[in-house]
Design a protein around this ligand. Structure first.
Ligand SMILES: [Zn+2]
Length: 406
């Protein structure tokens, strides 16, 4: 660290969403005005210019939102860890449980390393799943909270207490999820209720009972494909409506939605929209892509996330949400300018709900989370994912030209 974060009073001469040159005024970490750029106002460095940061006419996007992360289990920053163990969900679960201790997972230092890397590339808000199981109990959640606090507001985080090792098949895990919810986790997770627990009704009933009792959201990893996956989404729709949890239930991955054909897909998407179910995707290569635009049109918000970044599940992942936005756009076949802008919105402003925010945009009243890139317009930024020139989070400059300042 060679410098400390600057608290911003004015982020001057930036182009929000590629529009006109503007000055963003900031107080207490919040955007208080978006005004046409005033070239006559004191520039950065001039007398009376405390907290003025010059954006040099660069394109401004809201801070990027990683709506599906696992910041408790990355080995980012450590020497290379070779891939091992068996494939498949169960194979990866077993491999992780056998080797995480050797890597200090969960641990504050590993979480800090991957969070700092995320900040470097412009991520300012994260919904992170954190393993809760009979081995680590709730320790992972404490670790993630400690790491987030150490970054002093550079990353806003919401936590999903995540039963990575299964729920009903591991007696005691439901109680741990309940404890996590009581202790402040914003969501509880689930995992392939059919193929992991082999009791989809049982797992979902257990999760929904906790959500109703504690007022938390539900975020279920659903890899199960085709009709088996669709059936479980239908179970979630029924329970969401019955419990009045519209807007609080998320399907992560949901490969089945991309696999269903024609009217079966359309009907399921319409029912999800009516029940206020949301989805998160990691834009996976090799899976049937989610029908991104159709989901949004049906009122199903879609968030974008990295999933694990360089962990015992896979050596892949860099945490760069903008590069992942390029991948999402390509896999979704997006080419028109307005669709490429939509991809950028999925990765930022439209993901506010996934991190518990009312608004996350370059507008008055939003947290002052801003990423500057040297791009002609938003479509150019999405297809090229240029280097992040400046990252502001909570009204402080937290990264500049690849140097993380927190
Ligand atoms: Zn995941």
């Amino acid at each position: 660290m060679t410098s400390s974060p600057t608290t911003v009073s004015v982020l001057r001469d930036v182009r929000p969403w590629g529009g006109e040159r503007s000055d963003l005024h900031v107080a207490d970490g919040v955007i208080t005005a978006v005004a046409p750029h005033d070239a006559a106002a004191p520039a950065a460095g001039a007398a009376g210019s405390d907290g003025v940061v010059d954006g040099g006419g660069l394109l401004a996007l809201p801070g990027l939102v990683n709506a599906h992360a696992h910041v408790d289990k990355s080995w980012w920053g450590k020497p290379w860890v070779s891939y091992g163990g068996e494939g498949g969900t169960q194979g990866r679960i077993a491999h992780e449980r056998a080797h995480r201790d050797e890597l200090g997972i969960p641990g504050v230092d590993v979480t800090l390393a991957v969070l700092r890397e995320s900040v470097r590339t412009g991520t300012t808000a994260v919904r992170t799943h954190v393993d809760v199981d009979l081995g680590v109990g709730l320790r992972g959640i404490e670790v993630v909270r400690e790491a987030v606090a150490a970054l002093g507001g550079a990353v806003h985080a919401e936590i999903v207490a995540f039963p990575q090792d299964g729920v009903l098949r591991r007696p005691g895990v439901l109680e741990l999820l309940d404890e996590a919810a009581a202790a402040g986790a914003e969501h509880i997770g689930g995992l392939d209720p059919a193929s992991i627990d082999r009791d989809p009704v049982g797992q979902l009933d257990g999760l929904f009972a906790i959500a109703e009792k504690r007022g938390v959201g539900i975020d279920v990893h659903l890899h199960d494909g085709g009709d088996l996956g669709a059936f479980q989404i239908e179970l979630m729709i029924d329970r969401t409506l019955r419990a009045g949890l519209q807007g609080r239930v998320n399907v992560a991955h949901g490969f089945a939605v991309g696999q269903l054909a024609g009217s079966r897909q359309a009907d399921l998407i319409a029912a999800m929209g009516e029940a206020g179910i949301t989805m998160t995707t990691v834009a996976p290569i090799g899976a049937a892509p989610l029908p991104l635009l159709a989901l949004r049109a049906a009122g199903v918000p879609v968030g974008l996330g990295t999933d694990g970044i360089r962990d015992l599940w896979s050596p892949y992942g860099t945490g760069d949400l903008l590069a992942l936005t390029t991948q999402l756009a390509r896999l979704s076949g997006l080419r028109y300018d307005e669709d490429l802008v939509t991809a950028a919105r999925v990765a930022s402003a439209d993901a506010a709900r996934f991190v518990g925010r009312e608004v996350h945009d370059l507008v008055v009243g939003a947290p002052a989370d801003v990423v500057l890139v040297d791009a002609e317009n938003v479509p150019d930024a999405v297809v090229r994912a240029p280097r992040r020139a400046l990252v502001v989070a909570g009204g402080r400059v937290v990264a500049r030209h690849d140097e993380v300042l927190v």
